[in-house]
Ligand binder design. Structure first.
Ligand SMILES: Cc1cc2nc3c(=O)[nH]c(=O)nc-3n(C[C@H](O)[C@H](O)[C@H](O)COP(=O)(O)OP(=O)(O)OC[C@H]3O[C@@H](n4cnc5c(N)ncnc54)[C@H](O)[C@@H]3O)c2cc1C
Length: 229
């Protein structure tokens, strides 16, 4: 296992462990760290965001310049209600503000599709990777996660393929869908969710937050949130 930075938390318990270093995991890790959490991200590949780099034919269609959240979500047939809460807090404007503030200009093409002005998905990758680094996320690449360490319904840690356990107070499962498995997205998360008894998700999307019981709290919680292809 390769440790890229040394931001080891007190007592070796991270506030948050993010599993999967695609755009969802990178953004979740970066934002949580920005808010003050001690965050570790585990990625099975030697690099982050392999699928991200091939999106949009290598140009990455970042979003769609439709700033009315209801109109935007009407394109996500059947999932618009589910997505409304998240997009009300961070919609198209906030997404573009984020990339523009990180020195990534964008352009709008046919059908309001937004691309990086550079015409390169690498620009999106750079913003997310830099943001993770600037916010102090510890990246453990070449770290395939094999499953969870549980006590009853409480998740205590993730278990890596080499047997190493990473303890955390909360977990974000961002292992992606199953398209283009050669990029690392082999659907591992679906198997874990099934085993954990979390209600089934459509196999095309996966992004969920799992929170284990934190010291001093009364309840443990696990929730699932589909969000990506
Ligand atoms: C050809 C193609 C073109 C696309 N074009 C666009 C586009 O232009 N615009 C757009 O918005 N979307 C596009 N998409 C969809 C987009 O790629 C996905 O929505 C996005 O990558 C999902 O991000 P994610 O972080 O949820 O998952 P992923 O990008 O799939 O990342 C999941 C990560 O988790 C890691 N992982 C998996 N299992 C484990 C494990 N056991 N342990 C540790 N790490 C693990 C994987 O290695 C991977 O890095 C495209 C998809 C494809 C296939």
């Amino acid at each position: 296992m390769k440790q890229e930075t040394k931001n080891t938390p007190p007592q070796n318990i991270w506030d948050l462990a993010v599993i999967g270093g695609g755009p969802a995991g990178m953004m979740a890790a970066s934002r949580a760290a920005e808010c003050g959490a001690k965050v570790v991200l585990l990625e099975k590949n030697d690099t982050l965001g392999k699928k991200l780099l091939i999106t949009g034919g290598g140009r990455c269609n970042v979003t769609n310049a439709e700033f009315d959240t209801r109109k935007f979500l009407s394109k996500f047939k059947g999932n618009d209600k589910f997505l409304f809460s998240a997009f009300s807090q961070r919609g198209v404007k906030e997404t573009l503000d984020f990339f523009h503030a990180h020195d990534m200009p964008t352009k709008v093409e046919a059908e309001n599709r937004v691309f990086p002005k550079s015409n390169s998905a690498k620009s999106v990758w750079d913003v997310l990777a830099r943001s993770m680094k600037d916010n102090g996320v510890t990246l453990l690449s070449r770290s395939p996660v094999a499953g969870f360490v549980k006590k009853g319904n409480e998740i205590l840690a993730v278990r890596c393929a080499d047997g190493k356990e990473i303890k955390a107070k909360a977990f974000v499962l961002a292992t992606g869908g199953m398209s283009r498995p050669e990029t690392g997205s082999t659907g591992d998360g679906f198997v874990w969710l099934k085993k954990s008894g979390i209600p089934s998700l459509r196999r095309t999307r996966l992004w969920c937050l799992l929170r284990s019981k934190t010291p001093g709290s009364k309840n443990s919680r696990a929730s699932a949130c589909p969000a990506s292809k």
